[in-house]
Design a binder for this molecule. Structure first.
Ligand SMILES: *Cc1c(COP(=O)(O)O)cnc(C)c1O
Length: 427
């Protein structure tokens, strides 16, 4: 029996609906292939990717060197567990700690595991080095945070859908408004058992909320003053996305080779990486910090069967080298400026879009409608029809985060697709 292409896409949609958990609400497009900034669906229709798998594919889809590395390592050695050493983990740890300027690295797989790991390290540091009474440690987080989906992490989410009916929730977290140094100082002052402040330098999932320039810097100073650890979740903002190697690098464009003494750099005590750490080919996450903090973890106290496996770390090492060698942070910075300037020009004459914000190639536009309206979703459907894939976040916000390997010519092409599509929605 012959199956038409259109019915093939429908077939896959139906299969997921019938046999899968309904934990996502994907845009109706069924992808079959990716290369660089492009994706193709099962009908062979080509799209610009403007989500990059939530910034996991900064290096572009199926980067040839990364794929080659993955294939070679997959045919050589994939998993030993940490019961034994392997000949790849050391190179990865040495490169990555030097690249980001920390003494030690703890390897995990998903972003949420990285966050969980940082919570454990921070609490234990609090008991061993700050003298907090056992089981009394508190960690400050921000309203509207996104740090992952595990039971502990959703315990300090402020999104009802992420949290409700999944209790009892893990205690030990205090939530304050984002971008509010006064609230941070008050909370630190009033709670001597605070051991850390967990923060996204830009809140990606919440809708690309970019804080005031002095927020992270001020948080750094307050954490030092009150002897609490600053934990930067750069799972989405890191690895070139915001126009620097890390969002905490600020305006420094060193590609990871600088001595990190630039005035713009704000050094967290713990750095959490994931997503683009492996260029979207394999789940790899990591926590980096100095030995006086990391060494609270001793054998048998933390771990993961897959964490630090030779396949994952070989891919991650190559993924970081690609970011450095192809100067992806610089490209993100340059194209991000073009993108926001072009969108601002459009917004000046628009009723449907109220603002654009972001840094580097992590940007969002705010649609001039209520968060429960369908407008942003409908715009994303039309963008899809016009050959560009993006997804609304929190109802009326559309995040735009293409792979960082994009050229300026491609970006201008995308901007014209976006403008043309938005024009259809102007009243
Ligand atoms: C995606 C993300 C996570 C969770 O990563 P997973 O790999 O999905 O577990 C945590 N923090 C931030 C900021 C993220 O963007």
């Amino acid at each position: 029996m012959e199956t038409t292409q259109a019915s093939l896409a429908q077939h896959y949609l139906n299969q997921e609906k019938e046999y899968g958990a309904h934990d996502y609400n994907p845009l109706p497009v069924v992808l079959a292939k990716g290369s660089g900034v492009f994706l193709w669906d099962v009908d062979g229709k080509k799209y610009y990717d403007f989500l990059s798998a939530y910034s996991a594919v900064n290096q572009g889809h199926c980067h040839p060197e990364i794929v080659k590395t993955l294939q070679e390592q997959a045919a050589t050695l994939t998993l030993t567990s940490r019961a034994f050493h392997n000949n790849k983990l050391g190179d990865y740890m040495e490169f990555t700690t030097k690249f980001f300027g920390f003494e030690r690295l703890l390897p995990m797989n998903t972003g949420a595991e990285g966050v969980e790991t940082s919570i454990k390290i921070t609490r234990k540091w609090g008991y061993l080095h700050k003298g907090v009474p056992e089981n009394q440690a508190q960690i400050i987080v921000c309203n509207n945070n996104f740090h992952g989906r595990t039971t502990t992490i959703i315990s300090f989410s402020s999104d009802p859908g992420s949290k409700n009916h999944f209790g009892p929730h893990t205690p030990g977290f205090i939530s304050i408004p984002y971008n509010d140094l006064t609230a941070l100082e008050e909370t630190l002052k009033n709670n001597p058992n605070v051991v850390g402040f967990l923060v996204e330098p830009i809140q990606g999932e919440a809708g690309v909320y970019t804080p005031d320039t002095d927020f992270i810097r001020g948080a750094r100073a307050l954490c030092s003053q009150y002897n609490a650890l600053l934990i930067a979740d750069e799972i989405q903002t890191g690895i070139g996305r915001t126009g620097a190697l890390l969002a905490v690098c600020g305006d420094c464009s060193c590609q990871g080779s600088c001595e990190r003494q630039k005035a713009t750099y704000i050094r967290p005590d713990l750095l959490i990486l994931g997503k683009a750490l492996s260029a979207g080919t394999y789940p790899v996450s990591a926590v980096l910090c100095d030995s006086h903090i990391m060494d609270v973890i001793q054998p048998g106290q933390h771990g993961s069967t897959f964490g630090g496996n030779p396949l994952g770390v070989t891919v991650a090492l190559k993924a970081l080298q690609v970011v450095r060698d192809e100067k992806l942070p610089q490209n993100a910075r340059k194209l991000g400026k073009v993108f926001r300037a072009e969108m601002q020009k459009y917004i000046d004459g628009s009723t449907i879009v109220s603002s654009v914000r972001g840094r580097g190639l992590l940007n969002a536009i705010v649609i001039n409608d209520t968060p429960d309206s369908k407008t942003a979703w409908n715009i994303c459907l039309r963008l899809r029809d016009n050959g560009l894939l993006a997804k609304p976040t929190h109802g009326n916000i559309i995040r735009f985060a293409p792979p960082l390997v994009m050229t300026e010519e491609q970006l201008m092409d995308c901007i014209s697709i976006i403008k043309k599509t938005l024009t259809e929605f102007e009243s």
